[in-house]
Design a protein around this ligand. Structure first.
Ligand code: ZN
Ligand code: MN
Length: 255
């Protein structure tokens, strides 16, 4: 049985009731609008970070805050690159500012436990900076919130990785548009995945450095950094179970 956990689909009276104890945990998904090859939508990162947050919130009695849809610039070695049309890259200042404001606003509402659930590789350090600046803003104003920051894929256990990547795991950085994201999308948003359009190719071999201006020929023509060909909804279920269990345990244990 599932219940509504997303505050953007809730009225303000219900929201205020849910946070009134001061003990509520709010999960804030952080995504991006970014090309994910020919087979998946631009909103993949925002949809998956939101879905993983909602499933976790249902398990631990938490609620999910507004999804941050606009992520930091896609980088060639982790997201294909910001030069690709279909990708929208926001300056670090923007991402930092949104995260900083959300911590302050939830804090003003009386929420003391906040979790940022990252779903776009390049965001992490800028979410971290936004939280850090907010903690500085709030220092000295009472107890202040407790904030956790994580990327959801880090909760896929080594056992699941071994089981789902029998040919060897390419790494989360080159998972962009690969088996994990495609399998999760097949499980939760099957109507938005077109497996017949998927472009199959070996994992990208990217250099150990970044270049300005970018050399577009280093990114596979698919825009993805590894192939999602072996993806199935069943793998999506296995991945999600690992992710949600791990996130639920971490959040319940530490916040
Ligand atoms: Zn992605
Ligand atoms: Mn991404």
């Amino acid at each position: 049985m599932t219940h509504e956990v997303n505050i953007t689909r809730m009225d303000a009276f219900t929201y205020r009731d849910l946070i009134s104890s001061g003990d509520a945990v709010v999960l804030i998904p952080v995504g991006s609008v970014e090309q994910h090859g020919a087979h998946m939508p631009l909103g993949t990162d925002m949809m998956l970070s939101t879905k993983m947050s909602e499933l976790t919130a249902q398990q631990i009695g938490a609620i999910v805050g507004p999804t941050i849809s606009f992520g930091y610039k896609s980088q060639q070695r982790s997201g294909g690159g910001n030069h690709i049309v279909g990708t929208f890259g926001f300056d670090a200042d923007t991402v930092i500012g949104i995260c900083r404001t959300l911590v302050r606003e939830f804090s003003r509402h009386g929420v003391n436990k906040i979790v940022f659930v990252n779903g776009h590789y390049e965001n992490y350090q800028f979410v971290y900076e936004g939280v850090d600046l907010a903690m500085r803003d709030l220092a000295g104003l009472g107890e202040g919130p407790r904030v956790m920051l994580l990327s959801y894929w880090d909760f896929v256990t080594p056992q699941v990785i071994e089981r789902l990547y029998p040919e060897g795991f390419p790494g989360w950085d080159v998972e962009h548009g690969g088996v994990m994201e495609t399998s999760l999308m097949l499980e939760y948003f099957p109507e938005l995945v077109q497996m017949d359009r998927l472009i199959d190719h070996p994992a990208a071999e990217l250099p150990l450095y970044d270049l300005f201006p970018v050399d577009p020929s280093l990114t596979p023509a698919s825009g993805c950094l590894s192939s999602g060909k072996a993806s199935t909804a069943e793998k999506g279920r296995i991945l999600a179970e690992s992710i949600v269990t791990g996130m639920a345990t971490a959040i319940s244990g530490r916040l």
